[in-house]
Design a protein around this ligand. Structure first.
Ligand code: ZN
Length: 220
């Protein structure tokens, strides 16, 4: 089972963002995964135990995580449970502003800080490892018309694999697709997905998340 976790605050509190994601980012992601006959469930911050009960975590093969303004509200005890599940083999896909989530920082052991500018610039994502399963079906790369800029230096450990690099209109570049192994678990960080743009409706972005779900599934 795949669990899509979302903080789900912007989409409820901001009319502009509500228009883009009326049912939340988590539902857009779960809808396109369901079309691929993948068993998906969703969980949000304001659910009991953030929707991540022991039972749900035990049955989750890959957890997808989006968060931004409420990282601090995620319970440390739940973060530890997610951390343990990753070490046991659960895959984790960390999207966009979840670079600052407690779980990603816990797994990386660095600040995970970066440069950013929210001007709706064009982003060009280059595939730099065409052999990687997460890059399948993308060719040389693709553009996202408008995104928030993230720039280096991104304070992460050197990735096990670097699959994508982004270029932005303002000239910055960024390591946009990074993989890590922690214990038996596979982790993929993917940069795009600012809440104010319809990024999660774009077919290439959906393709990457789908590829990453397949790649991050536990081996056993
Ligand atoms: Zn953002």
């Amino acid at each position: 089972m795949i669990t899509v976790w979302n903080e789900f605050r912007h989409e409820r509190n901001d009319d502009k963002i509500k228009k883009i994601y009326p049912n939340g980012i988590h539902n857009v992601i779960s809808e396109f995964l369901k079309k691929e006959n993948i068993h998906v469930t969703t969980a949000v911050l304001d659910d009991e135990d953030h929707g991540l009960s022991d039972e749900i975590l035990k049955n989750t093969d890959v957890l997808i995580w989006w968060g931004h303004i409420a990282h601090d509200e995620v319970d440390d005890a739940i973060v530890e449970k997610v951390y343990d599940r990753v070490l046991q083999g659960m895959g984790l896909i960390v999207l966009h502003s979840a670079h600052y989530s407690k779980i990603f920082k816990r797994l990386m052991g660095t600040s995970c800080d970066l440069k950013w500018r929210d001007d709706g610039e064009q982003e060009r994502i280059w595939v730099i490892d065409p052999t990687h399963p997460i890059a399948q079906g993308l060719g040389e790369g693709f553009d996202i018309k408008q995104e928030e800029m993230y720039g280096e230096h991104f304070d992460i450990p050197i990735p096990d694999e670097l699959i994508f690099i982004s270029w932005f209109q303002g000239g910055e570049v960024f390591r946009s697709g990074c993989t890590y192994r922690r214990g038996k678990g596979k982790i993929f960080y993917f940069r795009p997905g600012h809440e104010a743009f319809p990024t999660f409706y774009q077919k290439e972005v959906q393709q990457i998340i789908l590829n990453a779900v397949k790649w991050a599934c536990p081996n056993e």
